[in-house]
Design a protein around this ligand. Structure first.
Ligand code: ZN
Length: 931
């Protein structure tokens, strides 16, 4: 199924399952490091022609048994001299334009040649591809930095007789140069062939270089776009070589840049078959869906001559890392070695308290960023200088504005940038990837992308992010990402970023809440201030990624409600311990003073993470000094928890969209605000020039926020605080939350989601929840009716699914094993007793039961029956006993109430139905294996 970003208000309110994601800081995910045991970059000795092991002549490939070992690969044979039939060097380049960069190219009309001499063969280059132009949807968007399988590669030119191969080196493993292990590494792994061409001329008389036709090297589907298109749309797109051409060849100080325009085509279009599970779709924004162009941008750059000093990563601090299997040392605890991804930053005056860097980290604001946002983007970037000043760097980061007539592209390698995007179907609102030197983790390039729709959409932004309740225990719709250029084709990538969507949705909700309260005019300059504040927050976050920082989802728990309610405190310190969290917008209760809604500046964690990665340290002391920095992880404000802590962990503090050090109070406040929004829609007077879709959007925002609050509360139940401390901090790394917290969280959930007096909509309001009729005409999936009851039922269903899951029971039972015996415990029996009370309170009340309650009871019965009939493999005996006992008790009460003479007939039928299901489940015979 293809999920679509929807851009307008009505789409936001009517399509609930739309999912978008951001890929951030992807860099060279999954890659490792340069192989020092192999050919090193050199400018002196003429490099012999090298052959990949696969083409080593058989006579030298393997020794006879008992013979002396033969080096692998064998000594490379000399290449054949170019056939005499080939034209001379001068003849080929006659009238051609020379492009003189780190590599020399020649261009004449549509033809491009690379001049490759003895110094180029076997020399490693970084190939950094970008998608220069796209098709406005999926991951096929213009300005995107490549990642994953289509990402940056270390390549070399390999000559096999008169064939020239562009080969991607295998970067997975290393071993000490010249060692036996290095030989083992060489035979264990294979390089990959990206493309090939042929020698096109006789050697240059002096330089001894030959010309190689570059068209054949670059006009291929090297980046595997065709299979990405095929996967995304299930159409048979392929590269159409006849209409694919080189469109530009340039030299920059760092690289040779080659731009191509690739045409992809399918002669036929597939259409969905009735009943098919994976239906083909069509790209939506093409004049003719059979044909589409991509502009590709390749930077071919020498690797830094002197590799940057590597810095060992530490699990207590959150950096993107370069992981490599290093087989040099048999005694190390693991072959996996991890190095921090960071820019090369060296002080001009080592030892002085404050020094400018030899080379600052320069971010270019692309000329496509709208004028009115440039100052905010600049401020967001420069904010990071505060963290660098703390470790002795003055002006570590510099911002430059690309002029309208600049001759370079900010996609060129070495030109870090912030770029604007305007896609009809954005996949993200912000994105902060980087390309790095796999030998050392040195970041060499980063292109931050910001989608315009997220900025424009103060009132029109999609309210589509949250699937209520589902994220609570690790259920997350990441797998629904549409594949494309920027996504990994193979393996997984855990560096997806939702910050921009979340903050855009939070912004839209806040504006809506304040407007509903009458505290904000939606057309006032104040809204513009909100937009700019969010943009600064977003820019700081994405720049943080491009400086090498991962998410820190613990940071938002730093400040107290009193601090968060203070206008001056929030203005000066922001609302969280880090810009790398997905902080909830700081929304006040009705009538309270206005506070800074977004993160205004770096938090203490950001300073610390920059210190670990960038503080200049003497090599001799580095290990100890890094240990000393990381050992501060237990200090207030320096706690770190990241994506896998949210998705794989139990930690209630590692959550997205929370704020403050009291999660229960935060959730309670947000639930109260949402209830208030519900109430205000009942009598909301709309001006004559606004349509009713506004009401629908408001309710949807509020419901999403309720879902988010409930998922935060569920995380508290039987949660385990997972700290990354090392011994010496005085804290245990795995600490269960107190039983009282679990209890309070459960009470809040049941009161909000299951209570008969929770969220409701009057018939009068239900009659006004009309759609945006224009959007409904153009966008499938927008219903005329807005099913409030169904949405509430979905919320209840999702919540029950989590609370009555085996995973929750296991979590509670395991939590007990970590709790001191003398402390009170939160038990499975308690959970089920509370649920029973919340869901079945109607059994003791006279009168009818609303439909919504009946739906909840039916859902409960279904889940109960499932637990009784199909216990999952992970279910535990104590939990199963509790479920059975609870079911028997309910069966008794249902039997009794059913006897009452005064029941309305429909209610009697409902309870009879519940009773039947439960009784059948309880009396089911045990299944026997093999029967
Ligand atoms: Zn992020």
């Amino acid at each position: 199924m293809k999920y679509r970003w929807t851009s307008t208000a009505a789409r936001a309110t009517q399509i609930m399952l739309t999912v978008t994601v951001t890929v951030t800081g992807v860099g060279l995910s999954g890659c490792a490091s340069w192989l020092p045991g192999r050919t090193e970059p050199t400018n002196s000795a003429p490099a012999p022609i090298t052959l990949p092991p696969a083409v080593v002549p058989a006579s030298t490939a393997s020794p006879a048994v008992g013979a002396a070992p033969v080096p692998v690969p064998a000594a490379p044979p000399q290449a054949s001299p170019p056939p005499s039939s080939l034209p001379s060097f001068a003849q080929v380049i006659k009238d051609a334009r020379k492009v003189d960069g780190p590599l020399i190219a020649w261009q004449k009309d549509e033809k491009v040649w690379l001049e490759l001499g003895p110094e180029q063969w076997g020399t490693p280059y970084l190939l950094s591809p970008k998608l220069r132009t796209g098709i406005g949807e999926g991951w096929f968007i213009g300005g995107l930095m490549s990642s994953g399988a289509s990402g940056v590669q270390v390549v070399e030119f390999v000559r096999v007789y008169n064939q020239v191969r562009l080969v991607a080196r295998n970067q997975v493993a290393v071993a000490a140069p010249g060692s036996a292990q290095a030989r083992a590494v060489d035979v264990a792994l294979s390089p990959s062939l990206l493309s090939s061409s042929t020698v096109a001329s006789q050697p240059h008389p002096e330089r001894k270089s030959v010309l190689v036709e570059a068209n054949a090297l670059f006009l291929t589907d090297m980046l595997a776009i065709a299979p990405s298109l095929q996967r995304a749309f299930r159409q048979s797109y392929n590269l159409d070589s006849r209409h694919t051409a080189v469109t530009g060849v340039r030299a920059t100080p760092q690289a040779l840049v080659i731009e191509t325009q690739n045409h992809y085509y399918t002669p036929t279009l597939a259409f969905p078959q009735p009943g098919a599970t994976s239906a083909p779709t069509l790209p939506s924004y093409l004049p003719d869906a059979r044909s589409l162009f991509f502009g590709l941008h390749f930077s071919l750059a020498p690797l830094p001559k002197t590799p940057m000093a590597k810095r060992k990563a530490d699990p207590r601090v959150g950096h993107f890392v370069q992981t490599v299997f290093d087989f040099s040392d048999d005694l190390s605890s693991s072959e996996r070695q991890r190095y921090v991804s960071r820019w090369r930053l060296e002080p001009k005056e080592p030892g002085s308290a404050l020094s400018e860097p030899v080379q600052p980290i320069t971010y270019w604001i692309d000329r496509n960023v709208p004028l009115k946002y440039r100052a905010t983007v600049e401020a967001g970037i420069l904010e990071w200088n505060k963290a660098f000043e703390r470790i002795g760097f003055k002006n570590a980061i510099v911002v430059k504005q690309q002029s309208d007539d600049a001759s370079f592209d900010t996609l060129d390698i070495g030109v870090a940038s912030v770029r604007w995007m305007v896609n009809p179907e954005p996949q993200f609102s912000g994105y902060g990837p980087h390309h790095r030197d796999p030998r050392t983790g040195e970041i060499l390039d980063a292109d931050i992308a910001i989608e315009a729709q997220s900025i424009r959409g103060t009132r029109a932004i999609a309210a589509q992010i949250v699937l209520p309740g589902l994220t609570a225990l690790g259920v997350h719709p990441v797998s629904d990402v549409t594949p494309g250029f920027g996504s990994r084709l193979f393996g997984h990538d855990h560096s997806l970023c939702w910050h921009a969507q979340q903050s855009a949705e939070q912004l839209a909700y806040a504006v809506d809440v304040l407007e509903a309260r009458g505290e904000l005019d939606p057309d006032s300059p104040e809204v513009e201030e909100f937009v700019q504040a969010r943009l600064k927050d977003l820019t700081m976050h994405e720049v943080g990624h491009t400086l090498g920082l991962r998410h820190n989802f613990r940071a938002s728990t730093l400040y107290s409600e009193a601090q968060l309610s203070s206008p001056s405190f929030t203005r000066e310190r922001g609302s969280s311990g880090s810009v790398m969290d997905y902080n909830a917008i700081n929304l006040t209760s009705p009538g309270k003073p206005k506070v800074a809604p977004f993160q205004t500046t770096l938090g203490p964690y950001d300073y610390w993470a920059i210190e670990y990665a960038y503080k200049p340290l003497e090599a001799a002391n580095e290990r100890l000094e890094l240990q000393a920095i990381a050992a501060r992880s237990h200090e207030i404000g320096l706690g770190f928890a990241t994506d896998e802590d949210v998705f794989l962990g139990l930690d209630p503090e590692a959550a997205m969209g929370d704020l403050g050090n009291d999660p229960l109070a935060f959730a309670a406040k947000r639930l109260a605000i949402a209830r208030d929004v519900f109430k205000r829609q009942e009598n909301r007077a709309l001006p004559n020039d606004r349509d009713y879709a506004l009401l629908r959007r408001s309710l949807n925002f509020a419901l999403n926020d309720v879902g988010r609050s409930v998922s935060l509360l569920v995380r508290q139940m039987a949660g385990v605080r997972t700290l990354r401390d090392y011994p010496g901090s005085g804290r245990d790394p795995l600490t269960p939350v107190p039983a009282s917290t679990s209890r309070q969280a459960l009470a809040l959930v049941t009161q909000t989601v299951f209570s008969p007096t929770g969220l409701s909509v009057s018939p009068a309001l239900a009659r006004r929840l009309a759609p945006d009729f224009q959007d409904r005409a153009e966008i499938s999936g927008i219903t005329t009716d807005y099913p409030v009851a169904q949405r509430l039922t979905e919320l209840q269903r999702a919540t029950l699914a989590v609370l009555m899951s085996d995973a929750m029971a296991v979590r509670i039972l395991d939590g007990q094993g970590k709790q001191d015996a003398k402390l009170p415990r939160f038990t499975v029996a308690e959970l089920y007793a509370q649920l029973d009370q919340a869901v079945w309170s109607d059994l003791s009340v006279k009168g009818d039961v609303p439909d919504l309650r009946q739906a909840l009871q039916r859902e409960y019965i279904n889940r109960m029956a499932e637990l009784l009939l199909r216990p999952a493999s992970m279910s535990r005996a104590p939990a199963r006993a509790v479920v059975r006992e609870q079911a028997l008790s309910l069966q008794k009460r249902l039997t009794q109430v059913h006897k009452s003479a005064s029941l309305p007939p429909a209610l009697r039928a409902h309870w009879q139905d519940c009773l039947d299901t439960l009784s059948q489940a309880l009396s089911a015979k045990l299944p026997r294996a093999g029967v």
